[in-house]
Design a protein around this ligand. Sequence first.
Ligand code: HMG
Ligand code: MG
Length: 300
Amino acid sequence: MFSLPKNVTIIEVGSRDGLQNEKKIVDTAVKLAFIDALQVSGIQEMEITSFVSPKWVPQMADAKEIVENISQFGRQFVLAPNALGVQNAIEAGAKNIAVFVGVSNTFNRKNINRMTQESINRLRPVIAKLKADGIFVRACISTAFYCPYEGKIKQEDVIALCKQFVAMDVDELSVADTIGMANPRESYHLFKSLKSKFPNTLITAHFHDTRRMAIANIFAALQAGIDRFDTSAGGLGGCPFAPGATGNVATEDVVHMLDTLGIETGIDVKKVCEAVQVIEPHISRRIDTGIYQLFQNGQL
Ligand code: HMG
Ligand code: MG
């Protein structure tokens, strides 16, 4: 029979990954209301915003206001690509930092304008200082399966990159299928290998749902022992520098599946849908995830 965990932690990325590629600039007050509504649903870990260049990602230009005005709950991450981003985040009051690097050089250059190894080398002293100061550090690993520019990524390259972050004593690796191309076999093998190689580091899976494979990939990752998943309410999301990538897997779809499997998340799926209702009028796309549709029709 399947080997499944009893509990799963959901890391909501809706106000960060979910909105970063949204063309219509969403008011800071709306983002904060969205975050509050998500928190009411029971979510305890969340990526809230990014300290990146506002020229590159205009939607995240209010990162400082978000951190300064957010209600405190659980573990709130902010993304930062470099020393300046980390410094700005800490000055604003961020308590947990997520750095991000792509396995593929071409993607990394398009995303943060550096080769992968150069990014890692520059982050090493930054992470050492964060850890010395007792800050929780999450390392987000992009293009861990496929790159929109370089194609299939070798598992050994992902492992080698993760090993460098583990040597820096990061608390968590969030390993991403950036363009939603992985299949369940690839998901199982990579996550099984990461779990066995890095038993003392939290390992999280981050699936985009471009080909509607994310739920299947999550089920495969669960069997590989993964019990942490990044998801986005309403299935919002996508990286502006990863052509072809659509939204993240929807929080409500994942929570629903886990509920039906008897796996505890502490999250109320209907309340996640209520949070989606908060953000939907402020974004340019229609939200058509399965569980949200049922909720809208009163069938959930
Ligand atoms: P750059 O142009 O190479 O930076 O951009 P630079 O170091 O040459 O500096 C140029 C200017 O940017 C300077 O300002 C710096 O001060 C400023 P100027 O003198 O011209 O006025 N600058 C910054 N401003 C604000 N915050 C900063 C910062 N750093 C420098 N942190 C940079 C390099 C990294 C800044 C740029 O490429 C960038 O902002 N990229 C962000 C890309 C991004 O946000 N991507 C999406 C997040 S990752 C993701 O979604 C994937 C994930 O979900 C997992 C998955 O699905 O794969 C995590
Ligand atoms: Mg992403």
